[in-house]
Design a protein around this ligand. Structure first.
Ligand code: GLU
Length: 563
């Protein structure tokens, strides 16, 4: 090899060969992407998902937090598609991401939109369309001697890693292992002439033994080792950068003030700070979020895209959770104060809740819990008007349960009165529907074509009232049934029947002298309930009869003969 590079700066002609493109200069880029005009305290945040498949619920969680922080401070929230991993990126999943943000009503000010076009002045917002920006900035580092080409083959770096492991050393391209770090220009030229593929690496001046102090917005003060690894920043063949370079370049030119991202990136902060420093830029503030976890057996673990269906944000759409329920659940995970706020402000829009950095969950990953999500969702549905439930559930049903949608549409007033029963129940704390996928089982029986006539038979078969007695009870009821009866009148009639057949007219009475009765009035009502709905547990029976209407009630009760 020729003598080593002294000032680390490669001759101009070699740099030209490394970057044989027409590129904008860094000055031109600075001009094109000027600092944003922001109010005092305004935060510019972003979400940078990689379009490699589904939208992870953790991605929605971090997008939601970033969006709220930006908009609460009158800042900007934007979407950047991080598709630098060509092998793993799939164009169609960008659409999945945009649709997911739209579904959960997480509005972006800039970036890809649902129409397939980008909005905003700091674009393009898709990394694969920013090659020239990255190349320009990497070239500027090479020109300053802060980055250099490395011609190691994949096998060479693999062998290096194996050797390091054998010797019990830290893996990586550093120190004496950084083969091309100070290579002579002649050696670089030779490889270029041969057409050997190369990558560009950052020339790291860090010392692993030194510690740096970093303040993390969420994790607090951290002490991390300096980075001494000459990390790959650009893959010259594809012209695409690694995440590290793209992060620094994009978050600089897009004017991000606060990077909220997953805590798998904490250990890369020293490298990222080095990059900002190498460019002479101010680094953003960082806040690293712990991943959402779940219980698996007796222990907690990260929700995984591969193993857990609940990792997929669209599962919640498929199941018909109202988007605001998922949002409120995630706000609850992000900040436990949300729950009390919601209790104190049952009618307020959740946007009025102020999500503060201070209030955000700190180190431990929040635990995902479907029971809690369902509770929150039921609560939200119970606060909706019947019209609102009708509208929202219809959107879901049309896509996922067309038979139900057809019935709901044909009988819209009937359907709304069904939803009103659910709302009447609210006063007693009854909340039946948490997600639209439950509708079929919760209200399907109201519609004749969806009512499974075999169900009452199954439900009554294990019920200790003889068929003849059941028939007499139903016969007696039908004799005096008047659909205009008030609830009290109706109930008096049921009580009369109960007494006549040897049942106590109240639960209390029955409890006092159980030996005197066959059962109590509730057992009699249960016969009607099961015959009408096929279920033993339903909202208020009187309301059900009212909504079903006389013809349907009589028909279903008469079917008792066949049960
Ligand atoms: N594309 C990165 C990821 O999916 C984004 C990290 C960031 O927000 O900076 O992990």
């Amino acid at each position: 090899m020729d003598p080593k590079q002294e000032n680390h700066i490669l001759p101009k002609d070699i740099i030209e060969k490394l970057f044989p493109y027409e590129l904008p200069t860094p000055e031109e880029l600075e001009k094109k992407y000027p600092p944003r005009y922001l109010q005092e305290g305004a935060m510019v945040t972003r979400v940078g998902p990689s379009p490699t498949g589904l939208m992870h619920i953790g991605g929605v969680y971090s997008a939601l937090i970033s969006e709220r922080l930006a908009h609460q401070t009158k800042g900007v929230f934007y979407l950047r598609i991080e598709d630098t991993d060509e092998l793993r990126s799939k164009a169609e999943t960008t659409e999945v991401i945009v649709k997911a943000l739209d579904h959960f009503d997480i509005p972006t000010d800039e970036g890809m939109t649902i129409s397939g076009e980008e909005k905003g002045k700091y674009g393009p917002y898709t990394q694969s369309a920013r090659k020239d920006i990255y190349r320009s900035m990497v070239r500027s580092l090479v020109e300053k001697g802060k980055a250099y080409p490395c011609f190691c083959t994949g096998e060479e770096t693999k062998a290096m890693g194996e050797e390091q492991m054998k010797q019990g050393l830290r893996p990586g391209y550093y120190g004496k292992w950084a083969k091309w770090r100070d290579a002579a220009p002649g050696d670089v030229s030779k490889e270029l002439e041969k057409g050997t593929p190369f990558v560009i690496r950052l020339r790291s001046e860090g010392n692993f033994e030194n510690k740096i102090k970093v303040h993390d917005l969420l994790k607090g003060d951290l002490e991390l080792s300096e980075n001494d690894i000459d990390k790959k920043i650009l893959t010259a063949s594809s012209g695409l950068p690694t995440y590290h370079l793209a992060h620094a370049v994009d978050d600089h030119f897009m004017g991000t003030t606060d990077v909220i991202r997953g805590d798998e990136w904490v250990s890369s902060v020293p490298l990222h700070l080095q990059l900002f420093d190498a460019f002479g830029w101010k680094a953003p503030r960082y806040g690293h979020l712990a991943p959402i976890q779940k219980m698996d057996g007796g222990s907690k673990r990260k929700i995984s895209k591969r193993k857990d269906p609940e990792a997929n944000a669209m599962l919640y759409k498929d199941q018909g959770y109202p988007p605001e329920a998922v949002v409120e659940y995630l706000l609850n995970l992000a900040n436990s104060a949300f729950e009390d706020w919601r209790k104190a402000n049952p009618k307020k829009d959740n946007r009025e809740f102020e999500l503060t950095l201070k209030g955000l969950s700190k180190s431990n990953g929040p635990l995902f819990d479907f029971v809690k999500l369902n509770d929150i969702s039921k609560d939200i549905v119970s606060r909706m008007s019947a019209d609102e439930i009708y509208e929202k559930s219809m959107v879901w049903a049309k896509e996922y349960d067309p038979k139900l949608a057809e019935e709901m549409e044909k009988n819209s007033d009937y359907t709304k009165s069904i939803f009103n029963i659910e709302r009447m129940g609210e006063a007693r704390g009854r909340k039946d529907i948490g997600k639209w996928a439950d509708m079929d089982s919760e209200i399907g029986y109201f519609f004749d074509p969806l009512f499974d006539e075999k169900k009452p038979a199954v439900a009554l078969s294990s019920y200790g009232v003889a068929k003849e007695e059941r028939e007499s009870i139903v016969g007696d009821f039908l004799e005096t049934y008047n659909e205009n009866d008030t609830k009290d009148e109706w109930f008096e009639k049921i009580k009369d029947i109960a007494r006549k057949f040897g049942y106590a007219e109240g639960a209390k009475q029955y409890k006092l002298e159980p030996e005197k009765y066959k059962g109590q009035v509730g057992d009699v009502a249960k016969i009607f309930r099961v015959l009408l709905t096929g279920k033993t547990n339903t909202p208020d029976l009187y309301s059900i009869m009212k909504v079903m209407g006389k013809e349907r009630v009589v028909r279903r009760l008469k079917d008792c003969d066949s049960v």
